[in-house]
Design a protein around this ligand. Structure first.
Ligand code: PGA
Length: 254
C-alpha cells in the first residue's frame, strides 16, 4: 500500500496563541474540504500556543511540539518535558531542527536522548537532519546524513519505527537566506537516507516516512513531491498563511 503523503509546517517562533488558532481553524477547514484519504497534515506551533490549539477539536490537522527535554521532570530550567506535552495530548515532536542544532548547540547525542524519550512516551519523533553549507562544500553531505541518522536513532528498535519520521532539510536551503535545492539533489539525498535506514533496519527501513524541507514554495513543491523517496513536505514560510497552505496543498494534489 502506498504510504500517506505528509504535509506539515513548523511555525518556529511565530504566531501568538490567538493568531495560531485562527490559522489552524482555516487550515483544518481547507484540509477537510480537500477530502484526501491519503494525506496527513500537521502543524507545529510554539509551546505557549499548544494548550489553546489542543482545545480546538481539529479534524484533520495533527499538532506537534518543536522540541522537548529527554527527562520527565527535574532540574532543567526552561525545558518542557514529554509528560507536559502528553497533558495536552501532543503525540508528535520535532527534534533536531537545524536551528536547534546550530543556534542552541544540540548534538546528535542529545537528539538521540530526545528520540528515545519520545518513544518511551508513545510519541512520534520527527527527527530533522541536514548538512550545512560548509559540509556541502566540503563534499561531506552523505557522511553527515549517515552520522545524524545512525547516532540519532541509536537504541531505536525495528518495532518502534512506526513512531519515527525523518525530515531532510539541507541547512543551506532553509529560511530567508536559503536557496532551494534542485529536485535531482533531493532525490539523491533521499536515496542515501533510505539506504542508511535499510542498512540499519533491513526492509523495515523502507516504512519510515521521509519528508523534505527547506525553502519549499509554490515554484518548487511539485518537483519535490513527485520524487519516489519523498513521502512528505515539511514547509516553513510558504504555508504560514491559510492561502499559502492552500496553494501548496493544491499543487501536491494536482
Ligand atoms: P523554510 O523553513 O521553508 O521557511 O525554509 C523550513 C524549515 O525550517 O523547516
Amino acid at each position: 500500500m502506498k504510504k500517506p503523503f505528509l504535509l506539515g509546517t513548523n511555525l518556529k517562533m511565530n504566531k501568538t496563541a490567538a493568531e495560531l488558532c485562527s490559522y489552524l481553524q482555516q487550515v483544518d477547514e481547507l484540509c477537510l474540504k480537500a477530502q484526501q484519504d491519503n494525506m496527513r497534515y500537521f502543524v507545529i506551533p510554539s509551546f505557549t500556543a499548544l494548550p489553546d490549539a489542543s482545545r480546538l477539536n481539529l479534524k484533520q490537522v495533527r499538532l506537534g511540539a518543536q522540541n522537548m527535554c529527554w527527562e520527565d521532570q527535574g532540574e532543567y530550567t526552561g525545558e518542557i518535558s514529554p509528560v507536559m506535552l502528553n497533558e495536552f495530548d501532543i503525540d508528535l515532536v520535532e527534534l533536531g531542527h537545524s536551528e536547534r542544532r546550530n543556534k542552541f548547540g544540540e548534538t546528535d547525542e542529545m537528539i538521540n536522548k530526545k528520540v528515545l524519550a519520545a518513544l518511551r512516551h508513545n510519541m512520534t519523533a520527527l527527527m530533522c537532519i541536514g548538512e550545512t553549507r560548509e559540509e556541502l562544500e566540503a563534499g561531506e553531505t552523505y557522511k553527515v546524513l549517515r552520522r545524524q541518522i545512525t547516532q540519532g536513532l541509536q537504541g531505536v528498535s525495528g518495532d518502534q519505527l512506526d513512531k519515527i519520521w525523518i525530515a531532510y532539510e539541507p541547512v543551506w536551503a532553509i529560511g530567508v537566506s536559503g536557496r532551494s535545492a534542485p529536485a535531482s539533489y533531493v532525490q539523491e539525498a533521499h536515496k542515501v537516507i533510505r539506504t542508511v535506514l535499510c542498512e540499519l533496519y533491513g526492509d523495515s527501513g523502507k516504512q519510515i516516512p521521509l519528508l523534505f524541507g527547506g525553502s519549499v514554495n509554490p515554484a518548487n513543491a511539485a518537483s519535490y513531491c513527485v520524487l519516489e523517496q519523498v513521502d512528505g513536505l515539511f514547509v516553513g514560510r510558504a504555508v504560514w498563511t491559510p492561502k499559502g497552505f492552500s496553494e501548496i496543498l493544491h499543487l501536491i494534489l494536482e
